[in-house]
Design a protein around this ligand. Structure first.
Ligand code: NAD
Length: 396
């Protein structure tokens, strides 16, 4: 894209990295100290915005990388936000509800100086959900002395959340794949064989919506393994089973497979929707799908990306494919600031408009520059951020 080295240097590192220690009183009376981060990459286009992750694998580098990715994603779908990300090193499976609440509230108090409805707006990510957002909102509101709906998104609907937020990322994945198939192949999703890695908030809703449109979901998986059925898996039954047991193991609707089998199974479309770096150089040569839709953030390693491209596999990149979540988060923030709440039809319609527009822009750029979709998406996104940085100039 002919990026000026000055802007390359400016955008290569985050604007701010905050590391916090969160002492938490555990149920047994002991005190445990958790490490947390909030990284603010860039805010040239608007307040910082990005998810908060509770996961044992969280580290400073991961949060820094995800914050930068968020800047590009927000710019690509043209939201008036910069990019940020947060994380706390913890294993939520070992925390009681009370411990999780105390950890969330302490983390919020520690990052309080840099978050706020016009400053930096966290949202759910791996290991966090609407309840965690409700605790952050309440802690922040108590500390500033007024109700502040806009400080987080992904809140429960009963507390100023937006209808349609929970399914939004999965719906965005569906919209982008549908638009791609209709625009570039003049085809439809009907009968397409799809395998999805990860059956959480993103993977489940993507599976459900694609199934509704006539696609055949042949494979699904979670952290413990997966299920394959070439006739198609009953997604509603699998969803119920997963919600009850938190894993798909022994689900009777297909044959048990490993996560590696899932990534390399016979299918038309592969959707990694679990976590980063699951599609690596060992797996990539064996991928049979013709299209990879990155529902997770950073699921493909750079080496795997090159292998997949050499194999002629089309990749719909994460900053485009999974931008539906932050888009509806933006709708939630707008509704909270306005105190005027939309219905589901409006949320879904506006989401589709944003996703279609973003896909069309990336598709046109890929044609014009004769490049892959990831390069096209980055070119557009980085270009928009650079324009904003340039227009603002340098302070002082
Ligand atoms: P989640 O915690 O609800 O679900 C994650 C799923 O992946 C679970 O089924 C889990 O068992 C499975 N999983 C974990 N490790 C795995 C592994 N090594 N192999 C196979 N499966 C594994 O999380 P989510 O909200 O669905 O997020 C999934 C991905 O999508 C993450 O990369 C996240 O950053 C990204 N994302 C989420 C949103 C959102 O709105 N939730 C938005 C944009 C991007």
């Amino acid at each position: 894209m002919g990026l000026d080295p000055l802007y390359r240097a400016l955008l290569s590192s985050p604007k701010r990295v905050l590391t916090v220690s969160c002492p938490v009183r555990m149920d047994d009376g002991t005190i445990q100290v958790f490490t947390g981060y909030r990284v603010q990459h860039n805010n040239a286009r608007g307040p910082f915005k990005g998810g908060l992750r509770f996961d044992p694998a969280v580290d400073r580098d991961e949060v820094m990388a995800l914050a930068m990715l968020q800047t590009w994603k927000n710019a690509l779908v043209d939201l008036p936000y910069g990019g940020a990300k947060g994380g706390v090193v913890c294993d939520i499976k070992t925390l009681s509800l009370g411990e999780k609440e105390r950890l969330t509230r302490r983390y919020t108090a520690e990052v309080m100086p840099i978050i706020g409805p016009m400053d930096d707006i966290p949202a759910p990510d791996l290991g966090t959900d609407g309840q965690v957002m409700a605790w952050i909102m309440d802690t922040y509101s108590m500390m500033v002395g007024r109700q502040s709906l806009g400080v987080v998104t992904g809140k429960p609907v009963a507390l100023g959340g937006s209808v349609g937020r929970e399914e939004a990322t999965g719906r965005g994945v569906m919209c982008v794949l549908k638009r791609f198939v209709e625009t570039t192949q003049h085809g439809s999703l009907e009968g397409m064989k799809i395998a999805i890695q990860g059956f959480g908030q993103v993977g489940y809703h993507a599976a459900r919506l694609l199934d509704e449109l006539g696609a055949v979901i042949v494979g699904i998986s979670d952290a413990f393994g997966g299920i394959y059925n070439e006739e198609g898996i009953d997604i509603e039954a699998a969803g119920l089973y997963y919600r009850e047991r938190r894993q798909l193991t022994d689900f009777p609707g297909g044959d048990a497979i490993t996560n590696e089998d899932l990534l390399t199974c016979e299918c038309d479309v592969l959707i990694p929707a679990a976590r980063e770096n699951t599609l690596d150089a060992n797996i990539a040569p064996h991928v049979q799908a013709k299209i990879v839709v990155e529902a997770a953030n950073g699921p493909t390693t750079p080496e795997a990306d090159e292998i997949l491209r050499d194999l002629g596999i089309t990749i719909l990149p994460d900053i485009l494919a999974n931008a539906g979540g932050v888009t509806v988060s933006y709708f939630e923030w707008v509704q909270g600031l306005d105190n005027y709440f939309w219905d589901l039809t409006r949320v879904r319609g506006e989401l589709q408009r944003v996703m279609d527009r973003a896909f069309d822009a990336v598709n046109a750029k890929a044609d014009e520059a004769d490049c892959d979709y990831r390069t096209a998406a980055y070119t557009i996104a980085i270009g928009r951020v650079v324009d904003a940085v340039r227009l603002k100039g340098l302070f002082p």
